[in-house]
Design a protein around this ligand. Structure first.
Ligand code: HEM
Length: 489
């Protein structure tokens, strides 16, 4: 008999809200990277416990409560492996954490795999020029002009790196009423996302419209919950592995009978990527907007290349994500095979046929929750993306995409890596984008438009596990807990 996954809808109170929503209506975001200072572990735990008790950490249940009055603020907390250890959470021998998370994105072995140079980063999950290893990541989302949600971090307890909101990141385009997310190179972002089965599908928020708009291609984006949330069935129809920590089982906090510590959690692959907007603008001035759109693989307004829009009836986001490449654009005449969006999600192109290709790309989907940031230093404004990819299997999802598709020069027989987020070392990889059908020749050479400033892997715990980490004794079980229901019946 198949092992049973918990009933997902009954776990919404225990799943952090960022897995259910990107909080698109909360147009400001900030990220805090905290390193717990030596000897300050107890004080750190007490501060974190107070933060959790204050109710700012949104659950998937909070997110789905009301379509007309969505929540007005939200935060999420995640921990690096060193952070969990620092706070006294020791993995059990029987169910340890997976290797990439244990070793950290900033470790030498991951750096080799990902073609990174973490020694030049400002921060990482294993080390950091400014503060030492980052232990805790806090993300917060607030309305556009609201001040920070979390401003009282005690700097005697934590060394803090703040990644601030870019107030220009939401703009009105095409005469639309709603402001849309625009990244610093001027492209619509946050369009193509996997729909987590039974998490987004059951909440009723605009999903029937989304399905109608996407038509028969809607199913291309529906992905099993276990690809993003630990403990559920994944695209192999297996239960995603859940690590455990000492003391969890005895604590009686399990939200599902026998559920391990990591149930309802996820891993975040985080990278702070600075964008050289001046270099990109200069490239655009020299080569034209059309070529920039070929690098990205989408029009600036978010439409797939080659589509036209009626300004009186803008294309919905759902429709703009309903396309494939194989039949209409097998050779990449419209969207080059090496373009950013075609590399990071080749959709229906890599297998022997459309259906098997889609099945296999579903094994490598990322739920993107990053936001643009802005900072001032040396009298200059620096912009970039605080990139966050949620996934349940770091190796098969984030690392596969980064290593085999983004940074592999030989991807689909090309000889260059991702034109935007490939390696920034021009000696190793001459940057170029092959463009079949380009009258002037086949290739355009590129500058390095982005630089990674920091990165790390973080574990986003379920809410019961979060209370366990911060030592919050008084926390009651989440609403709808299956344990509570089993006890009552
Ligand atoms: C500064 C860095 C980056 C910029 C400016 C950028 C920009 C964009 C834009 C404009 C889109 C199209 C809009 C959309 O589909 O939502 C997109 C899509 C996407 N990006 Fe990036 N991106 C960056 C870094 C990354 C990295 C590092 C990864 C993964 C390793 C990544 C993975 C994706 C994925 C999976 C999609 C969706 C593609 C699809 O499903 O069609 N991006 N990105």
């Amino acid at each position: 008999m198949k092992a049973q996954a918990p009933h997902l809808a009954k776990q919404f109170g225990d799943i952090q809200g960022m897995l259910r929503s990107g909080y698109g209506w909360l147009k400001s975001s900030r990220f805090l990277l905290l390193t717990i200072r030596e000897g300050q572990e107890e004080a750190a735990r007490a501060w974190l416990a107070k933060l959790v008790e204050s109710g700012v950490i949104a659950s998937a249940h909070d997110v789905g409560k009301s379509r007309t009055h969505p929540i007005e603020r939200a935060a999420a907390i995640a921990f690096s492996f060193l952070g969990l250890t620092k706070l006294g959470c020791m993995e059990t021998k029987e169910h340890p954490f997976p290797t990439p998370f244990r070793s950290g994105m900033g470790s030498d072995v991951r750096a080799l795999l990902l073609r990174d140079n973490p020694r030049e980063w400002r921060w990482s999950d294993v080390d950091g020029a400014a503060c030492g290893p980052v232990h805790v990541l806090i993300a917060e989302w607030t309305p556009k002009d609201a001040g920070p949600l979390i401003s009282d971090v005690d700097e005697a307890v934590f060394c803090v790196i703040r990644v601030e909101n870019d107030p220009c990141s939401f703009q009105k385009i095409n005469g639309e009423k709603e402001e849309k997310l625009i990244e610093a190179f001027g492209f619509r972002d946050g369009l193509a996302q996997p729909v987590i089965q039974r998490l987004r599908q059951d909440d009723g928020v605009g999903l029937s419209e989304a399905r109608t708009e996407a038509g028969s291609l809607y199913d291309d984006r529906v992905v099993s919950a276990g690809e993003f949330i630990l403990g559920y069935r994944n695209e192999y129809d297996e239960l995603t592995y859940c690590p455990n920590v000492e003391g969890w089982t005895q604590s009686g906090r399990a939200i599902h009978p026998g559920g391990r510590f990591a149930l309802n959690g996820s891993y975040l692959a985080v990278r702070q990527i600075e964008q050289d907007v001046e270099a990109f603008d200069a490239f655009r001035a020299a080569n034209g907007q059309g070529i920039c759109e070929k690098l990205m693989g989408r029009q600036a307004n978010g439409l797939p290349l080659g589509w036209t829009s009626n300004p009186k009836k803008p294309t919905s986001d759902s429709k703009a994500d309903a396309f494939r490449y194989r039949v209409e654009d097998a050779n990449g005449f419209i969207c080059p095979k090496g373009a950013h969006v075609r590399r990071v999600n080749p959709r229906d192109t890599l297998g022997v046929d459309v259906q098997s290709s889609i099945r296999s790309t579903k094994l490598h989907r990322l739920l993107r929750r990053g936001r643009p940031y802005r900072e001032q230093s040396n009298g200059k404004t620096h912009k970039g993306i605080f990139f966050i990819a949620c996934n349940a299997d770091i190796e098969r999802q984030f690392e596969f995409v980064q290593q085999r598709w983004v940074r592999k020069p030989g991807f689909v027989n090309l000889h260059a890596d991702d034109p935007l987020v490939g390696s920034s070392d021009p000696k190793t990889f001459p940057k170029a984008l092959s463009m079949p059908g380009l009258p002037s020749g086949e290739e355009v050479s590129l500058a390095s438009f982005t630089t990674t400033l920091g990165g790390g892997y973080f574990f986003l715990p379920g809410i019961a596990a979060l209370n366990f980490i911060v030592g919050n004794e008084s926390a009651s079980k989440s609403p709808g807990s299956e344990v509570a229901e089993a006890a009552a019946s």
